[in-house]
Design a protein around this ligand. Sequence first.
Ligand SMILES: C[S@@+](CC[C@H](N)C(=O)[O-])C[C@H]1O[C@@H](n2cnc3c(N)ncnc32)[C@H](O)[C@@H]1O
Length: 378
Amino acid sequence: MTAPAERLRAIVTRQGPVPWSVLVEVALYGEGGFYAAGGGAGRHRDFLTSPEMGTLFGAVLARAIDATWEACGRPDPWVVVEAGAGPGTLAAAVLAAAPACAPALRYVAVEVSPALRSAAAGRLALEDPAQVLGPRVAGASGEAPAPRTGVGPLVATVADLPAGSEAGVVFANELLDNLPFDVYARADGTWQEVRVRTDDDAFVEVLVPAPPEVAARLAALAPDAPDGARVPWQARAVAWLRQALALVECGRVVVVDYGRTTAELADVGPAAWMRTYRRGGPGLGPLIRIGEQDVTADVAIDQLAAVRPPTRVRDQAAWLDAHGLAVLTAEAERRWQEGAASGGLSAVAARSRVHEARALSDRSGLGGFTVCEWDVAL
Ligand SMILES: C[S@@+](CC[C@H](N)C(=O)[O-])C[C@H]1O[C@@H](n2cnc3c(N)ncnc32)[C@H](O)[C@@H]1O
């Protein structure tokens, strides 16, 4: 048994059957858990995400950040919070794209895994978070303290979303699907909670009565779900969104993930909405190899909408298009066409950028991800 599995067994022994969110927390973020041990996104890690395909996704995000900065009247400082920043790949790409807001930019990469924060430290020039989010220096003749301006870009990594309400953009790519979720099942005409207990050396599921308020919400969100249907209940993602919205003074919260409605999740079933990954491919069942693989659930957009309905929902292909993907790839398209016959280095680099753009926009893959945006004071 893995060390996280032993820890889960000890919790079950003390507390009885535990919610799925406890299993996911221990498996991913507890000591020796999948992310805590440094697993995750990357070419030489466990799976590929849009930022890990190359630098293009970050270049488009840099343009989106600039557009929001302009819409907010070019504030300085301009705080961008990237949540679930992994090893810092997206942060590095945004900074490399040299956004116009750079002199005002304070980029805060939030990553819960100490191993991944230290990987990010190897590729980003980091400053003390207190300096990046402050400091406010007193005015010459005793006026109110004011933040320093024109000193960006300043970059920091932290473990949690910062407090306060001074951010311009909060961005999260494939974070919410990784926040611990609970599981509910339809049985005997009612919604029941699925919990996890031990059976000798194995972990098995058991149904317990659902809290009435959750059962009522699920009945409203998926009224036609038949017996046997299962859905994730994403209270942690909802809490994260509430915190992220409270952080933004003027700007937007942008969430990119594989999203569906709760009714769609009930329809497709857990084999489609819950997935495991390890070492570049699909993993095993989520109740085995605990801690050795990623466990992830599609995000129920309508559960998030209970906090505040998103201002805009579109797929990643449309979001990239709206923020200038074509402009960023036109030059590469031209270089590739001109140099294809010669096969020179410049043509090869151009070809890989064109391929990256196609992969990011492919609606049967990454391009089909859902982008939800919540505008704040815009
Ligand atoms: C699927 S990975 C995505 C990484 C990166 N955003 C990307 O797209 O390549 C999810 C990341 O979110 C991190 N994470 C999970 N819960 C978190 C939390 N509450 N705060 C910050 N990071 C978190 C994980 O450790 C992991 O690095």
